[in-house]
Design a protein around this ligand. Structure first.
Ligand code: DHB
Length: 305
């Protein structure tokens, strides 16, 4: 697989581990890198310690997963051991952060930036903001405000992580770009959804509702990446249901520069990274093309009026 320069950093390939999948342990993330992942993302780090929701928090539905983990975090300033281990890392790191207010985002971002991750991913799509009970990521002004404020206090490139719940995700992406975002990551989980156990007559998740991920949301993710590509000129990390090399090709054709995976790790193990790299290479070779050549390719053919 080709080496890639992304926002000034060298990645060994275009595959990204999505946030929240394998936690914040440096040893585990190094294994994921060694298994073929070009860029690993931390579980979103928040402003204060939180236990998260009761179990069950994640349920595999076969055609994807539903989760309401509840933003468990030790809190940014109680992770000394984790930061120490991550300081000695030999792999590119994307640090995901969240806050319930602009001030909380600023506090977490400032601290995390000093730990020198390669990128900071601003999770404006997490389901726990107190911003008028809404996600920052569904409101252009709120998305701009958070991105702008965080950009001012960090010294590494900023990636804005968006939600498919936005009525017009292209407009949110543009607001983030205008506020100084260096890249967009899309999408966070879709929904929320609910699954009911009909024998128990109750929702399966303890929190009742949860975000959808995996193969069932891929068409939503592809549409979002397509809309974002038309709205901005910064690069896009496309994720949501990517499980195979051909899924990654689809993301690139929609407009993504890199392709992320989360639920796929559950379905195919961490070996999924080496496997998808190989599948992607095989597809590109068979079609006599390159990843760069197919980025945005689905936008070129205007067969509709
Ligand atoms: C959680 C879920 C998300 O979709 C997210 O962006 C952050 C946290 C969670 O339930 O822990």
């Amino acid at each position: 697989m080709e080496r890639i320069t992304f926002l000034g950093k060298t990645l060994k390939n275009p595959l990204v581990l999505a946030s929240g999948i394998l936690g914040n342990n440096a040893g585990i993330l190094e294994r994921v890198h060694n298994a073929g992942c070009g860029l690993v993302t931390l579980k979103s780090i928040g402003p204060a310690p939180r236990d998260g929701h009761n179990n069950p928090t994640v349920v595999d539905l076969g055609f994807g997963m539903i989760n309401a983990v509840g933003l468990p975090t030790p809190g940014y300033d109680r992770m000394d051991a984790e930061w120490q281990a991550l300081a000695d890392r030999t792999f590119p790191l994307n640090a995901s952060i969240y806050g319930g207010s602009v001030d909380e985002f600023i506090r977490v971002a400032q601290f995390v930036s000093e730990k020198e991750p390669d990128f900071i991913e601003v999770n404006i799509s997490c389901p726990n903001s107190d911003h008028h009970g809404m996600l920052f990521g569904v409101d252009e002004k709120a998305a701009f405000a958070v991105t702008n404020a965080v950009k001012k206090v960090i010294s590494v490139p900023l990636i804005a992580k968006l939600t498919p719940a936005a009525p017009d995700i292209g407009k949110i992406a543009k607001a983030c770009e205008d506020a100084g975002a260096d890249a967009i990551c899309a999408i966070n989980t879709a929904g929320p959804g609910m699954v009911i156990n009909i024998e128990a007559k109750m929702p399966v998740l303890a929190f009742k509702k949860g975000g959808l991920s995996g193969p069932m949301i891929k068409p939503v993710a592809v549409r979002c990446v397509y809309d974002i590509y038309r709205a901005v000129s910064i690069p896009i990390i496309g994720l949501g249901g990517v499980t195979t090399g051909e899924d990654a090709v689809e993301m690139f054709m929609a407009g993504a520069t890199l392709a992320g995976m989360g639920s796929a790790v559950r379905y195919r193990g961490i070996e999924v990274f080496d496997q998808v790299n190989r599948e992607l290479d095989d597809w590109l070779t068979a079609h006599h093309t390159t990843r760069e050549a197919i980025i945005g390719a689905a936008h070129d053919r205007r067969h509709l009026p």
